[in-house]
Design a protein around this ligand. Structure first.
Ligand SMILES: Cc1cc2nc3c(=O)[nH]c(=O)nc-3n(C[C@H](O)[C@H](O)[C@H](O)COP(=O)(O)OP(=O)(O)OC[C@H]3O[C@@H](n4cnc5c(N)ncnc54)[C@H](O)[C@@H]3O)c2cc1C
Length: 408
């Protein structure tokens, strides 16, 4: 792990203005020393401190203060300034993996708006031979935390770089991707991460983590295990310039592509097929489709001990894991515990396309979603003795708390 006390290991990728938003519903401009130059820029942007406007659930009350950090220096400064005054900080990227309380956030919300994708392949040390998939030369890119994830995937696919195609269509920004080790269709970002750079709020330094040091697991990492301590600044991804996808490992994807598991295909074919599958499940953001007003899967797939897995009905999915536990399917448990697609009411319900997504049908509050989530969790527990755990980060609320009724 490489640590650089109180300074940045490379200059910010873009120099833009910092925007500050006080809790009067509007974003105000702020004179900002940008990047390493002395240039000052004044901008006015209309916006809101209502966090519902910044989340895919479209739920969340106001923040006391909201800062949009568009350079790495601004991102660190904003967090450091709040920390110096002991003001609570919430880092918010695409807002697609959070459920924020109707009361909002009493503190500073820092929105990650940094940009830039750089080629950082070290050609001197990269293997020069192409002796098989594991030894093929790799292409490394450094992605600023604020880059939109799916646009990045689209760009890498159009450049015929393999490695991200199975993660097509996942909302949010690149910096959040390593936090819960995003995954879909048999792939995880862990398999392509070269290193992650963070701002360590506890020790006030920039830290560079190797993939091993990130201690990735199923929907987790060292960053998720120490919530709030590490602010991701950039992510280095190791991509395959052959134009081929990673081997197809997920049975549903292999079936749709009409190939055997283990086959590698052109990256663009895999991306299009993944996007198609995801759209059918309401897992690609679409403003006009309430099934996508969600945080994606609301519960993680439970990892249970073999005795619990053995007690499940014969047709329950079971996947062995490397730590001798068994992964089963949260969607299967929910459906077989009696919660059908669309279960709920006209305010908050399960998606009509996929039982794992809890959705806002228009006017839902955090309280409505929590009430629904608790009903589903308790139903699965009563039927199968397995406790589902929420995947999104719950801000200012918990599944066992009774949130105040804020509906007017
Ligand atoms: C329709 C839909 C489909 C989805 N499908 C998938 C899927 O297939 N696979 C999957 O894994 N996820 C999926 N998700 C969940 C979500 O998109 C991902 O977890 C995504 O990586 C979250 O990114 P974000 O930028 O929106 O993070 P946010 O929701 O803004 O933040 C999530 C958490 O990370 C923290 N955080 C964000 N950025 C940083 C940073 N730079 N440094 C430190 N902490 C940070 C936040 O404080 C918060 O705790 C889906 C969500 C939706 C709405």
């Amino acid at each position: 792990m490489l640590r650089m006390s109180g300074q940045m290991s490379h200059p910010p990728m873009w120099d833009m203005a910092k925007l500050t938003c006080m809790n009067d519903g509007m974003i105000h401009s702020e004179d900002t020393e940008v990047g390493t130059s002395t240039a000052r820029e004044r901008r006015t942007v209309t916006g809101s401190t209502r966090l519902a406007d910044h989340t895919t659930f479209r739920i969340g009350g106001p923040a006391d203060r909201l800062v949009v950090a568009r350079t790495e220096a601004d991102l660190i400064d904003a967090v450091r300034a709040a920390d110096a005054q002991s003001i609570p900080v919430l880092i918010l990227s695409g807002g697609s993996n959070v459920l924020i309380a109707d009361e909002g956030f009493r503190g500073t919300v820092v929105i990650v708006g940094t940009q830039g994708v750089d080629d950082v392949t070290d050609h001197a040390t990269a293997p020069q031979t192409d002796c098989g998939p594991d030894l093929a030369p790799r292409h490394v890119i450094r992605v600023a935390a604020g880059e939109p994830w799916d646009a990045l995937v689209a760009t890498t696919v159009s450049r015929r770089l393999g490695g991200l195609e199975m993660l097509s269509g996942i909302p949010g920004l690149a910096g959040a991707a390593p936090i819960q080790n995003i995954g879909a269709y048999g792939a995880e970002i862990a398999s392509v991460i070269e290193r992650v750079r963070t701002w360590d709020r506890r020790d006030a330094c920039v830290t560079t983590w190797s993939a091993e040091e990130c201690r990735f697991g199923y929907r987790t990492s060292v960053f998720k295990r120490e919530p709030g301590r590490h602010v991701v600044l950039s992510v280095d991804l190791r991509l395959d310039p052959s134009g081929s996808s990673a081997p197809i490992a997920y049975a549903e994807l292999a079936r749709r592509l009409g190939v055997d598991a283990g086959t590698r295909l052109p990256v663009e074919v895999v991306r299009e097929t993944v996007l198609d599958l995801r759209r059918g499940k309401g897992m690609v953001l679409d403003d006009s489709d309430h099934d996508t007003w969600s945080a994606g899967s609301f519960f993680t797939n439970p990892l249970v001990n073999p005795a619990v897995a053995a007690a499940l009905p014969e047709d329950a999915p079971r996947f062995p894991t490397s730590d001798d536990r068994v992964k089963t399917s949260a969607a299967w448990l929910i459906e077989h515990a009696g919660f059908h697609k669309g279960y709920g009411d006209h305010v908050a319900s399960l998606s009509t396309k996929h039982v794992l997504a809890l959705t806002n049908r228009g006017g839902a509050t955090a309280r409505d979603v929590i009430t629904l989530a608790r009903r589903v969790r308790d139903g699965v527990l009563a039927t199968y003795g397995i406790q589902l755990e929420p995947e999104p980060v719950l801000v200012g609320l918990g599944l066992d708390e009774t949130p105040a009724d804020t509906r007017s």
